[in-house]
Design a protein around this ligand. Sequence first.
Ligand SMILES: Cc1ncc(COP(=O)(O)O)c(C=O)c1O
Length: 392
Amino acid sequence: MAHRFDDLTAERMRAGGSWKWSTPGDSHGRGLIGAFVAEMDYPVAPAVSDAVRWSADASAFGYLPDDWAADMASACSAFWGDRFSWAPDPAWVRPVPDVLTAFTATVRHFTRPGSAILLPTPAYMPFLTVPGMIDRPLVQVPMPLRGGRFELDLDAIDRGFADGAGLLVLTNPHNPTGRVFDADELAALAEVVDRHGARVFSDEIHAPLTFGTARHRPYATTSDAAAAHTVTATSASKAWNLPGLKCGQVILSNAADAEHWTATGYLAEHGTATPGVLASTAAYRDGRDWLDEVLAYLEGNRALLAAAGLPGIEVTVPDGTYLAWLDARGLGLDEPPSAFFTREAGVVMTDGAACGEAGRGGMRLNLAMSRPVLAESLARIGEALSRAPAPR
Ligand SMILES: Cc1ncc(COP(=O)(O)O)c(C=O)c1O
């Protein structure tokens, strides 16, 4: 049966003006399909557009009042309680403009000065570059691919902490591999981190976006030790597609951290956009039906990807996030695969090398487009394979 999202044609999306659809150029006389940055093509939830419209009508563009921040914290906590069985104390849910601001504040204020950051890779690209920008060494910890799933290398993480690293970046659900880590993996990680008295920055921005039987488990709920060493960050910006509204949440999970954040978090909180807070509150509180519709639609897109059959490419259908990992190493290309497929298929994906050494030879495909456009993308990728040079 046709769905309203099916009408979101490439032409419509190009006219819409998003970053995702603004790559110039063409491929064999066809327009480029934007499938790189993590934005969804779907129109936002009515509750969100109503909130933004209300902000404009009420001239609500001033600094953020405490009671609006508190209301968002309550809405976020209630949503997390209902979906992930953890309703954090709203007083410990703090506004930030985005997850990267939460990350830099966590590194600055919750880790030893100068200590290195451990990053399982492939990873969300800015986690590779931002540590250097705040004068912190980065240690990549490649995730071994076992039986088609990327896993945390706990021995390497253990060694990294033994060598002096102060913090590990956990992204769960994981961008770009689509993994949703299970309870045993999280518990094993918590034990290693605890043993070294280290910290975890747990990026759970994709938490609402899980599929099939996969369920998001907040890392801070893994154990008392995890609650004591974790700063969690999330946002409505992925699941409700609001990154331009500049609003996220830091969730603290112990009294000492909450007190420390009160003393140090002002600068991080200050950039949060007031309309973004109102929109995020609306998303968490009144945008759940829209979210469920999007999740059901994405299930269909996952099924399409699973059935695609792209010879020479190992496809990881995501359990979480709307980002699929395509391992193109089997093609033996002598250029980054994203360059080949932009030129030959006109599908613009994120190159795996941007996600760290462990990502080289892979690509990240954004599935959050209309089903007909995804079908065309997969057909174009399949057809471009016939133009790939024979593997050496
Ligand atoms: C894992 C992860 N973390 C953080 C972000 C940044 O999101 P925002 O800038 O909306 O906070 C993204 C965006 O794609 C992401 O995928």
